[in-house]
Design a protein around this ligand. Sequence first.
Ligand SMILES: Nc1ncnc2c1ncn2[C@@H]1O[C@H](COP(=O)(O)OP(=O)(O)O)[C@@H](O)[C@H]1O
Ligand SMILES: [Mg+2]
Length: 398
Amino acid sequence: MPEAEDIFETGDVFRDRQLVRVGHVPELDRVVGRDREIEAVGSALAPAIHGGPPETTIVYGKTGTGKSLVARCVIREGRRQAAENGHTLASAYVDCSDYGTETQASREMARGLQSTLGESAADTSIPRKGIAAADYRDITWELLAAHDVDAFVVVLDEIDKLESDDLLRSLSRARESGKSDTMIGVICISNKIEYRDRLDERVDSSLQDNELVFDPYDATQLRSILDHRRDAFAEGVLEEGVISKTAALAAREHGDARKAIDVLYEAGRLAEKEGGEIVTEAHVDASLKKAEINRFQRLVGGQTPHVKHILRALALLTAETEGTQFRTAEVYDAYENVVTQTESSPLSYDRVQRLLKEQAFLGITESEHTGGGHGEGSYRVHRLLRSPEVVVEALDRN
Ligand SMILES: Nc1ncnc2c1ncn2[C@@H]1O[C@H](COP(=O)(O)OP(=O)(O)O)[C@@H](O)[C@H]1O
Ligand SMILES: [Mg+2]
């Protein structure tokens, strides 16, 4: 039995863990490297700060590029400044990946508006269920009217997850259809650039839309983002070079701030688990590897046992030989070896060949036709796109 007070012992690595957890929304002045984007979102909101109509904006960019953060921070600042000028700017933030149906999204919008209106709107009842999306929107218009709201900005985050266009359409037409006198603007956010064409059709042409693309962060930007979270760790715990290394690797792989922060957090947790007092570059490597194994495990988790045997075979070939790419026949032999060690019997050569093509399609392996040398026919070779250690470890865990 451990001593009672030791059960919840956390160690001395972290001082303020929250700073490296997702969901932490820093103040605008702690948002690094997004000046152009902050200005662009700001200028769409600017009219509302002075009593005019906010403009609708469409924001694209890969995950972890600060889209949600910038939208939230700029709106928070905009509301403050509008209030200073004597205008009511209300807002609602809807994460469509959590609220994907029209009803859920419309309810969330009404609730978001209610909470930004504060005390005076607290009595309005917003039923949990039993009413339609249009009813939630009516509640929204009523709230706007009852509180003399001058302008209303709705963020539809991850809008590609929203099942239909109704909410967006009714927001863009609320004024002309006489539902609301409030000036309404929408910030549509999508992680998918391909979504642009679809959204262009969806947004009413009467809306002026400003388009904005967030690029992945480079190493310098990631370094300052991580540097601003340094206080998450106790004084002197982060070894020199830990932040630059995390930033450099993250910039090379994806430029995603969320993932970079996660890697730093996980490195701290690994140090903590070891009972150590220093977070080293080796912890960063271990943290990255762990994340990679987790991702790979999710990717292959749903695959059949034979697909896993094939991947293991390719991983063993890659680990045990000099080569990086292997002919179908070589992979098949290795696969037969792997299968022999299990209870099952191997699939046919043709079937394995087909599965290998499928894996290439999933992006787990790469496969191509090679001309072969003089007099040889053409043949197909396969290459693993992850390190064999990662693959084997993920398969072992499965
Ligand atoms: N420029 C930045 N400065 C500080 N923190 C940032 C910055 N950009 C992103 N982050 C942090 O990274 C994480 C992901 O950002 P987020 O805005 O959610 O990305 P996206 O919405 O583009 O996927 C959040 O925890 C956020 O606080
Ligand atoms: Mg987001």
